[in-house]
Design a protein around this ligand. Structure first.
Ligand code: ADP
Length: 597
């Protein structure tokens, strides 16, 4: 619309300007030249007349010359006028002017050739009246053209005024239409757009039950229809999503309820939200009841301590294994609690897991019994075998040839090794069951370390390994069971020598660290690969691929049990192919617990 109006104004303006241009052109072409020609004719006529007066006053020559010049000028101007006849009357008047001038021109010739005494008479009688006629005629043509010029000018003005008026009209019209458009755009465009925006906000809030009213078939109307279609598809999606969600939720709940472990989800108000069948059966954890109502106060205590101090997300708290009788059966459970956090990292509840470890416990018990039975059953015959071998080797029952002696030596070594393994097994069994009594006494670190080193000097020498001792002189005495700590040293030293290259260095050291004494055995051998480091103190664990070095993987676990029985700690540090340092700490003599064992 606006484009149409602007185009109309432009076209109209061009048309008006063309008209104005043409009017001015017409004035110039039609009248201006005639006016100039008439004025020139009048001027030339006046001069010719004054030439005549010059002659009458006795200035013959000057007068004649002036007449000649202006006669030519007049003729020229007359010709211009005759060529520019534009007005209806103009042609007749110009022809009259021409014939009048011809008479005047003839009169002039006659005057110039006449005797001086008749000149005056000729002038007043003939030339002067003709002069007046010619001038009047020229004047009348001049007037005529001037009038026409005025009329044309007035016409041009009228057109200009009309053009201005038209322009004002169209300008007003376009401003009016623009204002109307502005007023109605609110109704046509802004309101539907606002409606669309409001609807998107609603959708964001999750309200999909809305439909936008479609008032028009324009772009906004089409947009609204597309929007409605989109909302309809979203509704459809949500319906199928909800069905899926319900399905997943129900099946998860069912699966959860039937999990063999006792699991309960408890909210921050200590109310049980979901519980597995095992949790209901064994611990009376019933959904929608408070955990405080169960007959197990320790369960409520676990939950309360978590609510009071919820640890970080993903963390898990483990508790001591508890014994429980259900269906006249003894069962064991290991409680674990995992805190749940919401997106704002606020504590939001907890998962209580009561893992049934009865089977594990039973297996462990069976294993322990088996260990000790086997060890005891093996130990007696083995002792007899070893004794017999020793007697044979001492040649108490007859002399041996070289081959027999060799065979007997390897049989003795293997039976000694077997005896060592059985001893280890018995040891670990005793240590684990807590039936070991330590003979605690004051032990000086230096002689202890020295004795440990001495017992391995032969073995080290055989492998070309240097044994170093690094001990400060002023170390306080420790409180320990000497023979058991020597066992720990023996195990660490034998490993260090076993896993060191020929010509390596093994260092025994001790130092005061905090209020404890830290003993270390360092080697520069094969070290322990990072991926096995976690398992190094496990029973029977050996780094795979190192079977050639012998051992059954019990030494370190026994060492750990011994150090733990001393209330100390055993740790290690190792980089593969660079060596290992095993360290354990012991309390100084001052810290000796009263009573000893
Ligand atoms: P073993 O009787 O097999 O030596 P241990 O319990 O003493 O049993 O050690 C367990 C495993 O740890 C060993 O088999 C060995 O692979 C590794 N290990 C122990 N000490 C060292 C050490 N100083 N350097 C390299 N590996 C070691």
């Amino acid at each position: 619309m606006m484009l149409l109006i602007t185009s109309l104004i432009s076209l109209q303006s061009i048309r008006r300007f063309n008209q104005l241009g043409r009017s001015i052109d017409v004035i110039l072409r039609e009248n201006y030249r005639s006016v100039i020609a008439c004025q020139q004719m009048k001027d030339a006529l006046e001069r010719m007349d004054s030439g005549l007066l010059f002659i009458l006053s006795g200035f013959m020559k000057e007068g004649a010359a002036q007449i000649e010049v202006n006669r030519g000028r007049f003729k020229e101007a007359l010709q211009t006028e005759l060529n520019n006849l534009t007005l209806p009357e103009e042609s007749a008047r110009a022809t009259e002017l021409k014939s009048l001038f011809q008479l005047y021109d003839q009169g002039l010739d006659e005057f110039l050739l006449s005797q001086p005494q008749i000149l005056r008479q000729l002038y007043f009688k003939n030339l002067f009246p003709l002069f007046n006629d010619v001038r009047d005629k020229a004047e009348s043509i001049l007037q005529m053209n001037q009038e026409n010029m005025n009329a044309a000018n007035n016409r041009a003005r009228t057109k200009a005024a009309a053009a201005r008026r038209d322009m004002y009209f169209f300008l007003g019209l376009s401003v009016g239409i623009a204002l109307l458009f502005m007023l109605f755009s609110n109704h046509w465009i802004l309101r539907p757009i606002r409606r669309l925006i409001d609807s998107t906000q609603e959708i964001r809030k999750g309200n999909l039950n809305l439909e936008i009213q479609v008032d028009a078939r324009d772009e906004i109307g089409q947009l609204s229809e597309a929007f409605n279609a989109m909302v309809a598809s979203l509704r459809l999606f949500r319906r199928s999503d909800q069905a899926k969600l319900v399905r997943v939720q129900r099946s998860t709940q069912e699966a959860f309820k039937n999990l063999p472990a006792a699991i309960a989800i408890v909210n921050t108000d200590n109310v049980i939200e979901i519980a597995t069948a095992a949790a209901r059966r064994n611990f009376k954890l019933v959904p929608n009841t408070s955990i405080e109502q169960t007959p197990y106060p320790w369960l409520a205590e676990i939950q309360r301590s978590l609510v009071k101090n919820p640890t970080a997300a993903g963390s898990e708290k483990k508790y001591e294994i508890i014994q429980q009788f259900s269906d006249n059966q003894e069962r064991f459970f290991r409680p674990r609690v995992i805190p749940i956090f919401n997106d704002e990292r606020e504590f939001n509840g907890s998962i209580i897991i009561l893992e049934d470890v009865t089977l594990l416990m039973q297996n462990d018990e069976i294993k322990k019994d088996l260990f000790s039975t086997i060890s005891h059953q093996l130990k007696t015959p083995l002792t007899s075998i070893r004794m017999a071998l020793h007697l044979l080797l001492e040649e108490n029952v007859g002399s041996l040839n070289e081959k027999q002696a060799d065979l007997l030596v390897s049989a003795r070594d293997e039976s000694d090794r077997l005896n060592g393994i059985i001893e280890d097994l018995l040891d670990i069994r005793r240590l684990e069951s807590g039936n070991v009594s330590l003979s605690l006494a004051t032990v000086s670190p230096y002689p202890l370390v020295q004795e440990a080193a001495d017992s391995f000097s032969r073995q080290a020498q055989d492998k070309g390994i240097r044994l170093e001792i690094d001990l400060p002189a002023d170390l306080p005495d420790v409180c320990a069971d000497r023979s058991r700590i020597l066992y720990v040293f023996a195990n660490l030293l034998s490993n260090a020598i076993k896993y060191s290259p020929v010509g390596g260095v093994v260092r025994l050291s001790a130092k005061l660290e905090g209020d404890r004494i830290l003993f270390s055995v360092t080697d520069n051998g094969r070290g322990i690969p990072r991926k096995y480091q976690k398992r190094i103190f496990e029973k029977f664990f050996r780094v795979p691929g190192r079977n050639a070095e012998g051992g059954v993987g019990l030494g370190l676990s026994i060492a750990k049990e011994i150090v733990t029985a001393h209330h100390g700690q055993i740790t290690f540090n190792s980089v593969e192919d660079r060596g290992a340092t095993f360290s354990f700490s012991l309390d100084p003599q001052d810290g000796l617990p009263k009573g000893g064992s």
